[in-house]
Design a protein around this ligand. Sequence first.
Ligand SMILES: [Zn+2]
Length: 481
Amino acid sequence: MLIANVQVIGRSGLVDVRCAQGVIAQVGSSLARVTGEQVIDGAGAALLPGLHDHHIHLFALAALHNSVQCGPPAVSSRAQLAAALREDRGSGWLRGVGYHESVAGSLGRRELDELVAHRPLKIQHRSGKLWMVNSLAAQLLALDGHAQQTGVELDEAGKPNGRLYRLDGWMRAQLAQSAPASMPSLARLSRLLASYGVTGLTDTTPDNDAVTLREFERAASSGELLQRLRVMGGDALPASAGEQVQSAERKVMLDDNRLPGWDELCTVIRGAHGKGRAVAVHCVTPAELVLTLSALRDVGVHPGDRIEHASLVPQELLPLLRETGVRVVTQPGFIHERGDQYLDAIAPPEHDDLYRGRTFLTQRIPLAGSTDAPYGNPDPWAAMRAAVHRRSRAAQTIGAQEVLTPEEALALFTSAGDDPGGASRAIAVGQPADLCLLSYRWEQARLRLCAEDVSATLRQGEFIYRKQQPVLSGEQHAAPP
Ligand SMILES: [Zn+2]
C-alpha cells in the first residue's frame, strides 16, 4: 500500500509512504507506483505515528457501555441518582459507575436498598477502588460469610456494610461460582479507539491474570481487538510475548489509607525485578510517591519502571523523582474532567502540583500520556487538548505554568508502548506501519487536536479505521470548521 502526498512532521515537503509486510518499506517524494498496489491520496494532510494509550482498563471500559452513570456531571444529587438507576429497566445485575460522595454521601448496602431492592446492584466509586453493593448483591457474593476478608468494610455490629475495597478479583471469583463470568466484548470499544487513531494500548488493570490474558489473546486472534496490547498485572500474570498481545510490567497498587510496609513494598519490587520485570506503581498522593521513590532508590531501578498518575507532585519531590530516573505516565484529561472538583477538594497551595506537564519535561523526567479510561474519557485528543489548555469544565485554569505545546501533547501518545516517555516513534523505513492519517495539515490540526480529524488508522499496514467521507484532494483543501 502507498500512502501518497502526506506531511510527516519534521520533514519538509510532501512525501509518499509505502507499507509492506506490516512495516514501513519506503519513504520519499514521488515514489514510483507499483502495479496492483493500493494508493491512498493523503492530499497534503499529516501522517502521524499511531497513538498509544499508555494506561487504560479495557474490560472495565467495555463494561461501562452497559453501566449507569452515578456521578458528576451526569448525576449530582440523590434524586438524580435514584432516577438514573430507575431508568435501567433490565433485570439481573445493575451496574453503576463513577460515584462520588458529593452525590448522596457515603453509600452502603442499607442506603442502596432504599434505591434498588428488587435486583442486585453494585456501584463503583469514581476512584475505581471501591464497590458498594445492595443486600441482594451481598447475598449473591456470600458477603456475610466473608467478614474477615481484607477490604470488606464492617458496620458497628461487625457485619459487612456493603462497601468493598479493591476486591474486583475476589468479587469476580465469588460470582463465577454461581454464574460463569463472561468478559464483555471488546469489538465496539476497539473500533471506537481505532477511530481516534489509537494503534497501541497498555492495560494497567492490577488483577489481570492468566484468565484475562487468555481472553485478550482470544479477542486479538478473533479480530475483536484491533490494537497492539501490553498487559500489566500481578504476580499471577504469565509471561507472554505474542505478536499482538504481550504481558508487561508488574502493577503495584498503593492505597493512602493503608500503605504497605517498607519491607513489603521492597520485596514486591525486588521480586518483579528478579524476574526481569519492571514495576508500574500507582502513586496519586505525595505520600505514595515518597514511599515508592525511596523504595526504588533502595532496591535499584529497572529500566522500564514507571510511576502511574503522579497526580500531586510537590516541588520538593522533583529532585528525587529526576534522580531515580523513572518514567511518569500521566492523565492530563483529568485536569479538564475533574478539575473543578480538585480545586474544591485540594488546598490552593497544592493546585500547582496537579498533573504537571511542562515541569516534568524541563526536568527531563520521561513523560507519557494516557486516558485511564474508563476513569477518564478514552479519547486521547481530549487529553491532549487538556494538556495544552489546562482548563477545567468550568473553564478554570489549573497550573498555567504546566501547559504543553500541541507537539509536546501529541508526543505523550507517540512513544513506543514499551518505552513510555521515550522518543516519538519515527515514520521511517523498518518501523511497524502503525499509523494515523489526519484530514488536515498539522498546522491546522494542531489548533484543534480533535479526534474527528483522524481520517484513517492502520496497524501493521492494514486499515483498522477509515472515515466514511472521502479525503479532499489537492488544492480544494478546506480550512477546518
Ligand atoms: Zn488506572
